[in-house]
Ligand binder design. Structure first.
Ligand code: XIL
Length: 447
């Protein structure tokens, strides 16, 4: 079925802009116990990529609506989804996301107008002049439809090659229109929706390297010549091969110093537990340290729908439980949890205690108890160790014991504070006095 090109913007026909602005204000006034509200307290948005097909899932929508203040359609605004054949625009899925976001007072990031990937097959065979016309028509079609409704648009995505050269990536646009296609796309975009922030977005540009230097030089050139660009997006897809760079903040700052905003646009970090949480903390702290870093978007709500689901890179697990990374982000944003809301910092604290014998001789042994914090950071712990009746403890280190018969209750000496998932241990020397049995380690409690 051929679709009708909607040249009138949705905002012009439905008058939604004012309503969206009002609900956005109401959203940020809520208690500071969600990612979105905590980020708002820092003058930032906290967004997520969203897939229209999951909006009908109750837990997905509930988590999205509770936590996030901005959404990016994960695929629904891409060229193949919106203009599958030339001149025939289809906005059904993207509209679902935008309508949902507006009903919740969330901002919308537009992603993406000109990209070599997820391009419908009719685009690449076009000759240069036709391709230029088609590119501009595509920008006008998308930006016109959502005029006034999109906070920031990724105008051009991933136009630079990976690796050391800092060269442009081969694409139909680059190959046929040359370097100037990026500038042309930005100029067309500015005219199409003057209210939208116009971003260049890329990956492996998160630290200072040849690729980010090339983008930096382009932005610098654009600013010096008055080419309209307002922001640079840093995708920030991290894993063990591509870790959070140590100069992440410095890199964001040097772009900001060119006079553009910076945004973290597709954040995900493969891993789990306290290591993943610590990496998320680094990213949030880097953004907060750069005044022109206006917001962060994670690339999905739940691990189970992540494009890298095997790497469990997001803040909520497949059952929508808050992961240690969630707590780390909320706390880096200065957020506080509701009392009794499991998963928020300061409550729901838990720990486990495990015992091993680390040395053994005929008359005695050394035991070690490892304390591991659960999904929350903890500030103290208590573990009980019950010894066989004959045994006695002659010394204990990295803990403070109190005794009741043969039950030893151990609290921290210096090592009470643990990040989510992190461990410490205490040790002791026991005399066997004829019994070689192992002590029983009871429950661990944390606060
Ligand atoms: C990914 C989506 O998450 C996937 O669902 C899709 O199959 C491929 O694209 N850089 C980008 C995003 O700019 O659009 C990509 O999103 C991830 C990498």
């Amino acid at each position: 079925m051929s679709m009708i090109v909607r040249r009138l913007s949705r905002a012009a026909t439905a008058g939604l802009v004012a309503a969206a602005a009002l609900t956005a204000a109401a959203h940020s006034a809520e208690a500071a116990d969600t990612l979105g509200s905590a980020a708002a307290g820092q003058g930032r948005y906290f967004g997520t990529a969203v897939a229209a097909s999951h909006l009908g899932e109750t837990d997905y929508a509930a988590t999205l609506d509770r936590e996030f203040s901005s959404v990016t359609p994960e695929n629904e605004m891409k060229w193949d989804a919106t203009e599958p054949s030339r001149g025939s625009f289809t906005f059904t899925s993207a509209d679902r996301i935008v309508d949902h976001a507006q009903s919740q007072g969330m901002d919308v990031r537009g992603h993406t107008l000109v990209w070599h990937s997820q391009l419908p097959s009719w685009v690449s065979p076009l000759g240069a002049s036709d391709l230029r016309t088609a590119m501009n028509a595509h920008i006008n079609g998308l930006m016109g439809h959502y005029k006034g409704e999109i906070h920031s648009w990724d105008v051009v995505n991933e136009a630079f090659q990976d690796g050391g050269s800092g060269a442009r990536r081969s694409s139909p646009f680059q190959d046929k229109l040359g370097d100037g296609f990026i500038e042309e796309a930005f100029r067309t975009a500015r005219a199409a929706d003057p209210a939208a922030k116009l971003c260049y977005n890329d990956y492996n540009t998160d630290g200072v390297n040849a690729k980010s230097n090339a983008v930096y030089n382009m932005v610098k050139d654009f600013k010096s010549r008055g080419v309209p660009i307002d922001c640079v997006g840093f995708q920030s897809h991290f894993n063990s091969n591509s870790p959070v760079p140590s100069d992440y903040r410095q890199n964001l700052q040097r772009f900001a110093d060119l006079g553009v905003d910076v945004q973290i646009t597709e954040l995900d970090i493969e891993g789990s537990g306290s290591a993943q949480a610590a990496d998320y903390t680094k990213v949030v702290e880097a953004c907060l340290a750069v005044s022109r870093c206006t917001g962060m978007t994670v690339w999905g709500v739940t691990d189970k729908y992540s494009w890298r689901s095997g790497g469990t890179p997001l803040l909520f697990d497949g059952d929508y439980n808050e992961k240690p990374a969630y707590d780390a982000v909320l706390s880096a944003l200065g957020g506080a949890g509701d009392p009794g809301d499991p998963g928020d910092p300061g409550d729901g604290a838990s720990c486990t205690a495990t015992y091993t014998r680390t040395a053994d001789w005929s008359s005695g042994y050394n035991g070690q108890v490892t304390i591991t914090a659960g999904a929350e950071p903890i500030s103290s712990w208590t573990a009980t160790v019950t010894l066989p009746a004959q045994q006695s403890v002659s010394s204990l280190w990295n803990g403070t014991p109190t005794w009741s018969g043969n039950v030893m209750t151990v609290r921290p000496s210096w090592n009470g504070t643990l990040a989510a998932g992190a461990s410490t241990s205490f040790g002791f020397t026991a005399a066997k006095n004829g019994s070689d049995a192992a002590p029983a380690v009871g429950s661990c409690t944390a606060s």
